[in-house]
Design a binder for this molecule. Structure first.
Ligand code: NAD
Length: 423
């Protein structure tokens, strides 16, 4: 089991936030009201209540969801979350954000998301497997390589995806790896998928640095969250010559003005369970860490970290959102006014879904790429997307998030328009 992506549930208002963001952009784009209304609602929502036999012989009923927000540009794509605080509202918001993320990087997918209300920490591996397989069975008519392709999210991992692929394949009588991404390599997972989110984030940081006149070798970096996205981002930036002065996890942070070696910090975390206590570094709180002076701040943990309350005190030049939703809309406005550049989540962490797309393509073709090919195509995708967003930001004099939304919503609207309304 991977470390949880979020310890704190997304606020219940996640869908309201998603709608507010969408409405603002829809108005700005002057969309046709009918087309706009289509994108405002999820195209399909499935709720299932299903039994799982527990290890003690009892039966427990779980509730799960799968939401397809929009499929105008291709099959729905998005993770499955196992978390006690999952709600339909949250899943609808996450599905909508996936639609925009796939459109920003121009991969032929719509947006989807799924979740099961459960606490995986309290389930045995066997119970988790039975839960995953029964949930897959319940949603199997809804998903598929041509209609809706899940992936890992909070508290799910490559093993979970392996069980989903196997269950779906057993229903169909033959192996269908393309039904999920983020699979183990042994089942057709893609090389480079584990590092893809951080690598994509670093590619867009490199693009932004050029515009800011920031020289990355020697630039100072602060990373909040030292999990999959954060630890790999720290390592890649360190390899580029940046000085990673502070990192943190749920237990706290560490600071060293001379720079930390992310590989050594990771080894320490693997041994002790946290970055805290790393030899030679000072302790620092997560809130304090966000306010450190630095060139690049990478939030890579939770949502709602940069808020109206602390945005005025940030001293970064560039914020690259590896996490989903780390900055509130109020904080966005403050950072923009203060001239702090934000690379928004739907662009900055889209490397993960981009390589998921590559995995799906490889599965459909039964033809596998080298890691170099994966990384090179990822670089092209991230550079192209950054430039498209940057041009809109310049032309419209808007922040990068608004520009990314404008690009994404316009692309989805164009697809809906081009397909027409059936019948
Ligand atoms: P992860 O579980 O591997 O890592 C999360 C890290 O955050 C852990 O180190 C955890 O200790 C830390 N953390 C938890 N609470 C914290 C707190 N209060 N303060 C500081 N750190 C805290 O998860 P991940 O896959 O790296 O995901 C991190 C973020 O990136 C999430 O917002 C996720 O949605 C986003 N994201 C991840 C991917 C991906 O492919 N992994 C893709 C897109 C977006």
């Amino acid at each position: 089991m991977v470390i949880p992506v979020t310890e704190k549930p997304t606020p219940a208002s996640a869908y309201e936030v998603a709608l507010q963001q969408y409405d603002a952009v829809a108005r700005r784009l002057g969309l046709d009201p009918g087309i706009s209304a289509i994108m405002r609602s999820p195209r399909a929502t499935l709720e299932v209540n299903f039994p799982v036999k527990m290890d003690d012989g009892s039966v427990q009923v779980f509730t799960g969801f799968r939401v397809q927000h929009n499929t105008a540009r291709g099959p729905a794509k998005g993770g499955i979350r196992f978390h006690p605080a999952v709600t339909l509202d949250e899943v609808k918001a996450l599905a909508m954000w996936m639609t925009w993320k796939c459109a920003v990087v121009d991969i032929p997918f719509g947006g989807g998301k799924g979740g099961v209300i459960c606490d995986p920490k309290r389930l045995s591996p066997a119970e988790l497997e039975r839960l995953t397989r029964r949930f897959t069975s319940e949603i199997s008519a809804f998903i598929g390589p041509d209609r809706d392709i899940p992936a890992p999210d909070v508290y799910t991992n490559a093993q979970t995806m392996g069980w989903i692929a196997d269950t779906y394949s057993m229903h169909h009588g033959h192996f269908i790896p393309a039904v999920v991404t983020g699979k183990p390599l042994a089942l057709g997972g893609s090389l480079g998928r584990n590092e893809a989110t951080a690598r994509g984030c670093v590619f867009v940081i490199q693009e932004a640095a050029q515009h800011l006149g920031m020289v990355l070798p020697g630039a100072t970096v602060v990373v909040q969250g030292f999990g999959n996205a954060g630890s790999v981002a720290a390592r890649l930036l360190h390899q580029l010559g940046c000085r990673v002065v502070a990192v943190s996890d749920s237990k706290g942070g560490i600071y060293d003005a001379a720079g930390l070696d992310p590989d050594q910090v990771l080894a320490h975390k693997q041994k002790t369970g946290s970055v805290v206590g790393f030899a030679g570094a000072e302790s620092i709180g997560n809130a304090e860490l966000l306010e450190l002076p630095c060139d690049v701040l990478v939030p890579a943990a939770l949502e709602n970290q940069i808020t109206e309350e602390n945005a005025g005190r940030l001293r970064a030049r560039l914020v690259a959102e590896a996490a989903n939703g780390p900055t509130t809309p109020e904080a966005d406005r403050i950072l923009y006014q203060r001239g702090i550049w934000v690379l928004p989540d739907i662009l900055a962490n889209a490397g993960g879904v981009t390589v998921s797309y590559f995995e799906w393509v490889q599965n459909l073709q039964f033809f596998y790429w080298t890691e170099e090919e994966v990384n090179q195509r990822l670089r092209q995708t991230m550079q192209r997307s950054f430039r498209a967003v940057w041009e809109i930001a310049q032309a419209q004099q808007v922040d990068m998030r608004t520009a990314a939304y404008m690009l994404a919503v316009r692309r989805v609207a164009d697809a809906i328009q081009a397909r027409g309304i059936y019948p």
